[in-house]
Write a protein that binds this ligand. Sequence first.
Ligand code: GDP
Ligand code: MG
Length: 161
Amino acid sequence: HANFNTDIPGVKERTLVAIKPDGVQRRLIGQIIKRFEQRGFRLVGLKMVEVSEELLAQHYVSLRKKPFYPSVLQYMTSGPVVAMVWEGHNVIKSTRMLVGDTNPAEAAPGTLRGDFSVHVSRNVVHASDSPEVAQKEISLWFQRSELIDWVCCDHGNIYHP
Ligand code: GDP
Ligand code: MG
């Protein structure tokens, strides 16, 4: 892959995306992954997990004081979750746009939440919301050895060669 310039600034940005238990139960895994693939992002980590309350407590530190926090814990431990790391230029911001507003009523049609959800308590997918949070979440959910650095054959068409 000597022909590809993978050192383009920002191309190595990574974000954590999780398909929540409602998304898994509703058989939306394929449709969700498809949106990231077709956009041109690169999958560097993928696994199905039963999330522990310990991990969730760290993942959702910012929600700990919220009245709905216990119900979020219950929801997120109600079944398997599909955790992924996606990489690409501006992937954090682009993913938040792709996922849509936290409240499905505010999520635009065409976004995952806007297309697949109705209520904030069952909004199908999680995505990191900033570079700092993305770094924290990726290291919380994945071991380094679970993240694969590979070059996609269409790299030169997604980015300039
Ligand atoms: P996100 O980054 O868009 O997922 O939103 P937040 O970080 O603010 O909240 C995390 C998750 O908590 C959301 O995705 C929702 O599933 C859940 N959540 C947020 N607000 C509410 C609420 O008012 N009620 C309930 N039941 N859940 C909420
Ligand atoms: Mg958040």
